[in-house]
Ligand binder design. Structure first.
Ligand code: ATP
Length: 321
């Protein structure tokens, strides 16, 4: 039997992926292109090839290697212990700052109960299309594609879903057609529930960034979020303090409505890096609500986000944050 005849035993969909196929003394070595396949589809193709070629008369052994064209996409989770601390704002601005620094970044808005990325990225009302059973992310004008439940469900509709449905929805957002995106930032829902667990178990993020405001109660929740990641052996890249220090827009006087420095102290106590502090600012809120995230230009409001994105970049490149 020749290599060509052997290849003809495979269905077209698999044969199209064959990069090389050799038979020597009854032993077959097949190298297949795995690009565009998620982990389970990859396994299916590998097993089908093993089975089909293994059934051919005279074949004693089949070895299959699945090759991907690009390094595996990395996932970074952005989490918080409680809602309203600015996790979505941070995710959007980090993604934009990283994209402006040349990285191919996408966002998955896993905040299934309160998706806010479509508003932040000014693409609400758009619908992702599906190609070959996979969702195609929605583009944003900031060069960051995004998939959010907010693009799939009518705005403002409360979603009363059970855990497994949430898990499968999240799976569709992450296993989407992300093309050449190298880095996915996942805007997690607050807390330590089903979505977070599914995320850790199925998608194994490379690391997690945790956002907290400086108040004690928020910090207790952030510590809980940190424990969740540690339990799942996901490295905590660091903590971010948001809404620290308020500059009065009229007189410029600085005040600390929620205190300041608490998150840095908590990070030191836990032995994790402190990534930076974002001031409480009316401009940040207004820009975010208007779909023009501060990190999209070189203005002062984006500075804190850019500095945190730099640290995240260094972590991604293998140095400590
Ligand atoms: N540094 C900041 N200064 C002023 N407003 C901010 C700041 N960070 C976030 N906000 C505002 O606070 C509100 C909550 O922020 P955001 O939606 O990012 O929080 P969240 O933690 O993702 O909340 P949830 O989990 O409930 O979706 C938004 O209106 C946002 O514009």
């Amino acid at each position: 039997m020749t290599d060509k005849e052997l290849k003809a035993r495979l269905p077209d969909a698999i044969a199209a992926r064959v990069r090389s196929l050799r038979i020597t003394d009854g032993k077959v070595t097949a190298i297949l292109d795995a690009s565009g396949l998620d982990a389970s589809a990859r396994q299916d193709v590998e097993e089908a090839t093993q089975d089909l070629l293994g059934q051919v008369e005279g074949i004693e052994e089949v070895r299959v290697a699945m090759m991907a064209d690009r390094p595996q996409r990395r996932i970074i989770a952005v989490g918080s212990g409680k809602g309203g601390v600015g996790k979505s704002t941070l995710t959007a601005n980090l993604a934009i700052a990283l994209a402006r620094a040349g990285r191919k970044v996408g966002i998955v808005d896993a905040d299934i109960y309160g998706p806010s990325q479509p508003t932040l990225l000014a693409n609400q009302g758009e619908r992702p299309v599906a190609e070959n059973d996979k969702l195609v992310p929605v583009e944003s004008k900031w060069g960051v594609p995004v998939l959010s439940m907010g693009h799939l469900v009518e705005p403002g509709r409360a979603i009363a879903w059970r855990g497994p449905m949430v898990g499968s929805a999240l799976g569709q957002l992450i296993d989407a057609n992300w093309g050449d995106t190298e880095l996915l930032l996942i805007d997690l829902p607050p807390g330590t529930g089903d979505v977070q667990l599914t995320m850790l178990q199925r998608f194994k993020p490379a690391g997690a960034v945790i956002v907290s405001t400086p108040q004690d109660l928020s910090l207790i929740d952030a510590t809980r979020a940190m424990q969740l990641f540690e339990t799942g052996s996901i490295p905590v890249i660091g903590l971010v303090e948001n809404m620290a220090g308020y500059a009065c827009p009229h007189c410029g006087e600085l005040s600390d409505p929620f205190g300041t420095g608490g998150v840095e102290t908590a990070a030191a106590a836990k032995g994790v890096p402190f990534l930076g502090r974002i001031p409480l600012s009316l401009e940040i809120r207004e820009a975010s609500d208007a779909g023009t995230p501060p990190a999209a230009d070189d203005g002062v409001q984006g500075e804190a986000f850019r500095a945190i994105a730099d640290k995240l970049s260094r972590w991604l490149d293998g140095a400590d944050a």
